[in-house]
Design a protein around this ligand. Structure first.
Ligand code: PEP
Ligand code: MN
Length: 342
């Protein structure tokens, strides 16, 4: 739509789309609103829409993912988690333990994240574990502790929903619902997340291609939830010096193809504490909109993923380095704009 198009023009376009038997998706942007059309089995005639008032252009989306595509919406999407914009100019830091293990543990982690200048708190109350005998999470009690940590620190909560059965409960407490790597192609869960009013953090499956990743996000948008944050968390390769191979090139690749923000998880992406800081800085340099890092008050005692968790001091140092790097990158962007004087 044209920048000056208002609700009546938008409504008129939606009516036209629906009268033809298709589904209209209003995707708001800072400058302009995009209206996506799905439900058509073949190409549509642009002329059916271009004559309506307020329409700037009708674009045929060539990619199999429609609503997540940059062809549908050119400008970047900013997703608000509580009141934190993800995908804007500022880099967002989300920290917290792999699992919520108890009241004190999550409160301490939250205070550490807050003290370091982080904006969001992570922590799983429902855990997707490789072994059924491993700690599975505290369930609703864990969600209550997260809510208490939010109450005290003001940090927005990112927590995982592992199945459709527990989605309602997780959604009620979370500020952002995480869909984990193992569930990236759990289509009923993706559809449920698409019907949620909460933003969704979608992690890349451990062997998924870029197209499969974007198609998974498409499931969520297709149901009407346009607040999706993508997360690169490493893919499985032959390399065995790390748990996964962090595929940072997917950051600019996603940004080319999609308007959705992408953040990076250097904890799962490497599995090794000493690799978290360098890969975090690399992720920011690559253009990621933020980081999600495992932080535990006592990593050596963690019930899950201790080896890839930072302690509060390390997270504080990382946050400082991230800040310094972000400023440097901003400076470089400014330098490029200096007029040439000969
Ligand atoms: C997690 O964030 O703790 C987690 C299980 O991540 P992933 O789904 O990326 O393995
Ligand atoms: Mn973990």
């Amino acid at each position: 739509m044209k920048a000056q198009a208002g609700p009546p023009e938008i409504a008129r376009v939606c009516e036209r789309i629906e009268s033809l038997g298709y589904k209209a998706h209003i995707i708001p942007g800072e400058q302009r609103t995009a209206i996506g059309i799905t439900g058509n089995s073949g190409p549509l005639d642009a002329a059916d829409f271009e004559d309506l008032p307020g329409v700037a252009e009708a674009i045929r989306v060539s990619k199999p993912y429609k609503l997540v595509s940059r062809e549908t919406k050119r400008e970047n999407t900013t997703v608000r988690v509580l009141d934190v914009p993800v995908g804007g100019d500022e880099i967002v830091l989300c920290g917290g333990p792999c699992s919520v293990e108890g009241r004190e543990q999550i409160l301490e982690a939250a205070r550490a994240v807050r003290a370091a200048g982080g904006q969001l708190l992570r922590g799983g109350a429902y855990k997707p574990r490789t072994s059924p005998y491993s700690f599975q999470g505290l369930g609703e009690q864990g969600l209550r502790y997260l809510a208490e940590a939010r109450e005290e620190t003001g940090l927005g909560i990112v927590t995982e929903a592992v199945d459709v059965e527990t989605f309602d409960l997780v959604e009620a407490y979370a500020d952002c619902v995480q869909i984990g790597a193992r569930n990236m192609q759990n289509f009923s869960l993706l559809r449920r997340a698409g019907r949620s009013r909460k933003p969704v953090l979608l992690k890349r499956g451990m062997s998924s291609t870029l197209e499969e990743f974007l198609m998974a996000a498409e499931y969520i948008l297709a149901e009407g939830n346009y607040n999706v944050i993508l997360c690169e968390r490493g893919v499985r390769t032959f390399a065995d010096h790390t748990r996964n191979t962090l595929d940072l090139s997917v950051v600019p690749a996603v940004q080319n193809l999609s308007h959705l923000p992408i953040i990076v998880d250097p904890s799962h992406g490497t599995g090794k504490r000493d690799k978290i800081a360098p890969m975090s800085l690399a992720a920011i340099a690559a253009g990621a909109s933020g980081l999600i890092v495992e932080v535990h008050p006592m990593p050596e005692r963690a019930l899950s993923d201790g080896a890839q968790s930072l302690d509060p001091k390390q997270f504080g140092e990382l946050a400082e380095d991230c800040r310094a790097l972000a400023e440097l990158l901003t400076m470089r962007r400014r330098l490029a704009k200096l007029p040439v004087t000969v």
